[in-house]
Ligand binder design. Structure first.
Ligand code: 4AD
Ligand code: MG
Length: 434
């Protein structure tokens, strides 16, 4: 029991609770009265319970006031836990006293409202059962990712979000006025992670990344949680094996900790616990060939869009690696494939069931000449990247890394139609409020 005497609602359902007195506080999910009895569904972070109150026990003043408490109003209840087969969960709390903390105004959220209205009222909509379940799963996903990385002896570091140079190419960087000088919101922490490799060898960060992509697709946000990992002495195959271990570990962990939430959101926990490595691999060349047979006209050098990625994994329940992309398609820092100057040693991990890319990674070029050439090709100014090129002059070692879009992974795990359902306050081209 807490200092103030309040107990979590879940305690009302513990085996020895029947007949015991309990003091609760929480939010009203709904209420009605009939024949001098009030029925209130009360919610706290641990669950919900039916509270009943009789007019002759509570007194008319308290009874009438409680009847006027709105959905999402807040009350305190003293009562006794009783068995009632008609109540959800088979228990109810028979109130001896009810105090009102906040009667609330009429709650403006209903099922039938338009998506735009619901996005305007996002600060209230996030109390819905779907959102509550989603953000609990997200918390456990983040916990599982950190746990895995800690077990693999990867050190968490804290790169900046304000940067002086766009790392993934300028086209979708958010530019800012940094006290009169140009600045950017980070698209990736990668270059900073590479700088921290020499002393630590294995580093990761979890930061927001920003992309000024105007594309209104169900998988793009302008701000997303980016988990990025950088590993020294790592080649492509070791990186793919690391990614497989990570995805399998976090799927198993989330399924073990949140089975009820997963089921409520339409995902069978077994579908995550049966996930196993290795994941199939397909080169870009083989992927466009396969897409050609499926009727897509993708020629060498074209990027795989939403439709193409969807087609590659629609029928599969395992993620798929696509590797060795044409180098013009990818960022300047990627290492060329030995023996194949047309491609880079990169891999995207596509989610099963057509959900598309959730990880992008590569071996990093350690070749100063090649890096300068690629920077020139993309119109990057060598002066801006001078600090990054310095890393190749002092303790230059083979290394590889990747970035995971946390909301992309969660979107697949929870089978959400739109990525915005995986983040409480989605940022998209048309919206940065509330
Ligand atoms: O493939 P991307 O652009 O790769 C990088 O930024 C690398 N520098 C990461 C690294 O190697 N450290 O982005 C990585 C992942 C994507 O696979 C995707 O999951 C996610 O970040 N992502 C987005 N998620 C939501 N909305 C967007 N607009 C996203 N853009 C990328
Ligand atoms: Mg990518």
């Amino acid at each position: 029991m807490s200092a103030s005497g309040f107990e979590p609602i879940a305690r009302a359902f513990s085996p020895d609770a029947v007949g015991r007195a309990i003091r609760l506080h929480g939010w009203v999910q709904g209420s009605r009265s009939s024949g001098g009895i009030l029925f209130v569904k009360l919610r706290d972070r641990t669950g919900s319970v039916q509270v009943t109150g009789k007019r002759d026990v509570l007194g008319s003043e308290s009874f009438d006031a409680t009847e006027h408490v709105q959905v999402e109003g807040v009350i305190e209840v003293d009562g006794t836990i009783a068995v009632d087969p008609r109540a959800p969960g088979g228990r109810e709390v028979r109130a001896t006293a009810i105090r009102i903390v906040d009667a609330g105004l009429p709650f403006p959220i209903f099922q039938e409202q338009t998506e735009e209205f619901r996005l305007d009222k996002r600060h209230l909509v996030i109390r819905s059962e779907d959102h509550v379940a989603t953000f609990r799963v997200k918390a456990d996903l983040l916990r599982a990712l950190r746990q895995f990385l800690d077990d693999e002896e990867v050190l968490e570091v804290t790169p900046p979000v304000f940067t002086g140079n766009p790392a993934e190419g300028g086209s979708d960087a958010f530019t800012i006025d940094y006290f009169g000088r140009p600045g950017y919101l980070s698209q990736t922490a990668q270059l900073y992670l590479e700088a921290m490799l020499a002393p630590h060898e294995r580093v990761y960060s979890l930061t927001p990344s920003f992309r000024a992509e105007k594309s209104r697709t169900p998988r793009h946000l302008t701000e997303f949680q980016h988990l990025e990992v950088e590993l020294a002495w790592c080649d492509l195959e070791s990186m793919l094996a690391f990614i497989e271990r990570m995805i399998v570990a976090v799927c198993h962990a989330v399924a073990a900790r949140r089975p009820a939430e997963l089921k409520a959101l339409g995902r069978k926990p077994e579908e995550l616990t049966t996930l196993a490595a290795p994941f199939p691999r397909l080169t870009y060349a083989a992927a466009i060939e396969r897409l050609g047979r499926q009727g897509f006209g993708v020629s060498w050098g074209a990027d795989l869009g939403t439709a193409e990625e969807r087609a590659l994994t629609l029928e599969s329940t395992t993620p798929l690696f696509v590797t060795h992309f044409p180098r013009e398609l990818k960022a300047f820092y990627m290492a060329r494939t030995p023996g194949d100057p047309r491609t880079v040693e990169a891999a995207d991990l596509l989610a099963p069931e057509g959900y598309g890319e959730m990880i992008g990674g590569s071996c990093r070029s350690t070749d100063l000449v090649a890096l300068n050439e690629r920077l020139a090709e993309i119109g990057g100014s060598p002066a801006e990247y001078e600090w990054y090129l310095d890393l190749r002059r002092h303790g230059n070692v083979p290394h590889a890394g990747f970035g995971l879009g946390v909301e992309r992974l969660l979107r697949w795990m929870l089978r959400r139609e739109h990525i915005r359902e995986t983040t409480p306050f989605p940022r998209t081209p048309s919206r940065h409020t509330p």
